[in-house]
Design a protein around this ligand. Structure first.
Ligand code: IMP
Ligand code: MG
Length: 173
């Protein structure tokens, strides 16, 4: 059952998405972006933000999971790699939430080895209190506390991703 009030409303989300898109548009003026959505979580944020960015872009996706991740290495399972060649391109990684930072740290290093012209990170949510690795985030929508959030792409056991708002997950027993 879904109950309670949103942690971030549809309006708050959409307002912030447009602001982030404006910053991206002005920072990348005169360049072309390769926007990379990290699936599944980023699907909704990705679809929202790309339509407001006023810079030419190609899009691509990475499907990853922390399935084989160990606390120390942050190793990820790559279910589907990029189809685009990133060499010489301005890559913008788009993520739903940065928690420990292990996922993005891993993906960042993976992409840097492929020699992009530049690599920046855009996340909708930044759960700073739980960070384990120091990772620079170029664009963050909202800083959030150490609570488990669902909706707007974020899941609990693969559910709730379709909610248009973000809520704090709480099991009611
Ligand atoms: P990290 O590697 O610890 O930074 O984890 C990032 C990933 O963990 C995100 O892409 C999400 O898939 C997942 N995650 C972290 N916090 C939450 C949350 O509050 N709700 C849902 N998923 C989360
Ligand atoms: Mg994710």
């Amino acid at each position: 059952m879904i109950k309670g009030k949103p942690f971030l409303t549809v309006e708050q989300i959409q307002t912030r998405v447009k602001e982030l898109a404006e910053s991206i548009s002005s920072d990348y003026e005169g360049k072309e972006i390769l926007a990379v959505g990290i699936l599944k979580g980023a699907f909704m944020f990705f679809a929202d933000i790309v339509r407001y960015v006023q810079v030419p872009m190609d899009i691509d996706f990475l499907i990853v999971s922390s399935y084989v991740r160990t606390q120390s290495s942050g190793e990820m399972k790559i279910h589907a790699d990029l189809r685009e060649n990133v060499s010489g391109r301005h890559v913008l990684l788009i993520e739903d939430i940065v928690d420990t930072g292990l996922t993005l740290n891993y993906l960042k290093n993976m992409i840097l080895k492929r020699n992009p012209a530049s690599l920046k990170i855009c996340t909708f949510l930044d759960k700073k209190p739980r960070r384990k690795v120091d990772i620079h985030i170029d664009y963050a929508g909202y800083e959030v506390p150490d609570k488990y959030l669902v909706g707007y792409g974020l899941d609990y056991e693969n559910k709730f991703r379709n909610l248009p708002y973000i809520a704090v997950f709480k099991e009611i027993t």
